[in-house]
Write a protein that binds this ligand. Structure first.
Ligand code: G
Ligand code: G
Ligand code: MN
Ligand code: NA
Length: 252
């Protein structure tokens, strides 16, 4: 298709950009990480949503090269971020196709070596679609990645089709509460909700819980009261260009 050939051209010419959204510790309100979010404009300079171009990149196999570019760019920018806030980690979304590529571990260790950063700077966000979480295959891969020092987050937690039976075998570090469960939090509804349940589950299984899509102070306070560890969302900051992020970091 037209869009696919433009997408390929863009990769050759490095026409993608990354935006960074701060991830905040809900107790200290300090930044602990940033999530890299890929952006693309077509030839007519129209922004195309990643919900459109990421699936296209996946169908065409381009996602492997694009994913590698994202890793390299994000880790390169991390140096500038850490020159202001030394402990900030970089979270990168990894498509199921990348994760299941036999070369994935090599891609990760190469990216770390190229950027000259250690594995504990990097957080890999995967979804339940990578395979059967808790299965020997997936857990062995996660364990090998963790030996590089990287952290693993389960993104969009609760929106997939997995059962919960894998949680006690899971070699991940974090659960990310999908923003759909945060946006439906209602200040007048103090009873249990799905976000509440995910926070309890995560804490029981010694996983860090991070809520995404926090847009109001009421949502922030409710999540904090439930014991949610971290959050990101428009309440703190929308995704920022690297320059705007550096300015934001200088001010906070
Ligand atoms: O902020 P937002 O509209 O950017 O993201 C929309 C969707 O695109 C999210 O599901 C997000 O995980 C995904 N996405 C954004 N950037 C990347 C990326 O670099 N790689 C992958 N695989 N997905 C991404
Ligand atoms: O699936 P993933 O978690 O990677 O996607 C993150 C998506 O959520 C991105 O599209 C990002 O732009 C978007 N996002 C980040 N903060 C907020 C928020 O507070 N509200 C809404 N509606 N979307 C958000
Ligand atoms: Mn994500
Ligand atoms: Na999500």
């Amino acid at each position: 298709s037209m869009m696919l050939s433009e997408l390929k051209d863009s990769l050759d010419h490095q026409n993608f950009t990354l935006m960074y959204q701060p991830q905040i510790d809900l107790n200290t309100l300090q930044i602990v990480g940033v999530e890299a979010l890929c952006r693309w404009r077509n030839k007519r300079n129209e922004p195309i949503s990643p919900e459109v171009f990421i699936p296209l990149a996946e169908q065409s196999g381009l996602i492997l090269a694009l994913g590698e570019w994202v890793l390299h760019k994000a880790l390169e920018d991390l140096h500038r971020i850490r020159s202001i806030k030394p402990s900030v980690r970089m979270a990168v979304n990894v498509s199921t196709l990348q994760f299941n590529d036999p070369d994935f571990e090599r891609v990760i260790s190469n990216a770390l070596a190229l950027a000259g950063v250690s594995g504990n700077c990097l957080d890999i966000e995967i979804t339940e679609s990578v395979g059967v979480l808790g299965s020997v295959e997936v857990e062995e891969k996660l364990s090998r990645l963790k030996k590089l020092g990287v952290m693993i987050s389960i993104d969009d937690f609760g929106t997939g089709f997995s059962s919960l039976s894998y949680l006690d075998k899971l070699s991940a570090d974090q659960l990310k509460i999908d923003k759909s469960f945060v946006s439906c939090m209602n200040p007048s509804n103090t009873g249990s909700n799905i976000a509440d349940m995910i926070v309890s589950l995560g804490r029981k299984f010694h996983l860090t819980v991070i809520a995404e899509g926090i847009e109001t102070e009421a949502q922030l306070n409710a999540l904090k009261a439930q014991g949610c560890h971290q959050g990101q969302g428009y309440w703190f900051s929308k995704p920022l260009t690297i320059d705007d992020l550096l300015t934001w970091l200088e001010k906070t």
